[in-house]
Ligand binder design. Sequence first.
Ligand code: NAP
Length: 284
Amino acid sequence: MMKVFNLGLIGWPLEHSYSPALHKAALRSLGFDGDYRLYAVPPLPEGAEELAVLLAKLQGRSIDGLNITIPHKGNLVNLVDHLTPAAASIGAVNTVFMENGLLIGDNTDAGGFWTDLCANFPVQRFERSQALVLGAGGAARAVVYALISHGWSVTVAARSTAQAAGLAEQLSTSDNLIEVLPLGELGLSMDELSSSLIVNATPVGMYPNTRVSPWPKDAPFPAGASVYDLVYNPRRTYFVAQAREAGLAAVTGSGMLVEQAALAFERWTDVEAPREIMWAALTA
Ligand code: NAP
């Protein structure tokens, strides 16, 4: 009998999501029936009832798996029965499913980032495990969690140092303290000049405002650093172009997008995700 998976994405607004294309292509290529639907749920408190109805459908198995995006990633932390260690530490849920009768909240952004980082930049490439992360929102928390979990030292540069300090307090460990820097002071400190990896976790440079970069115009790049820009639309961001021009290896976040989707797909279906098919669907 053909397996059926009813999947979907909760967020607001949802017009520009690539997720349906990725997941529908994966379902089709494995011969599964089902769908990946978009559920536009307004921010709380307005969307509370709709959110509850969708989670009840998961519990009743009429929905098999959900992705969660802005503005509900944080809300789900309090609405599931159990959080994975990643979701609990990051304080955000992007994937929900049922396991052993419990509603589980997971975060696949961290795993997706780490896997794609390693695929693009072999670990031996890095002289020092020292990263500079730009931004202090939800994606930055996932990135910092991934880096800290793998023993990296991290400096977070954000325009709101209060937000960055909150991130640092949440994710620092007793022997690995996260440093905080105002974004406007980038280029002035020797610390960030010794970073071997720079990650953009702000939306700066994202379509339609593609002619801007989160990196200050006249600031030098750390010599020999690698750049990972989480922005995936456009495929080549201004920041990546700027870094490549300065001789740095740089990639955008398309690989992370595919990998976090693949990890979610595997949670829902228990089947290895067809990553090449998902990649082809993204780039089609
Ligand atoms: P978020 O929670 O809204 O956080 C955005 C962060 O960027 C905040 O710290 C925000 O600071 C900062 N920021 C926003 N505009 C800025 C500006 N003009 N200059 C400097 N800082 C600015 O968003 P998010 O969920 O973390 O997402 C961030 C980006 O990552 C988005 O482009 C998203 O598409 C991308 N992303 C990619 C993937 C992937 O798979 N590749 C996964 C997740 C997210 P303020 O609080 O001061 O506004």
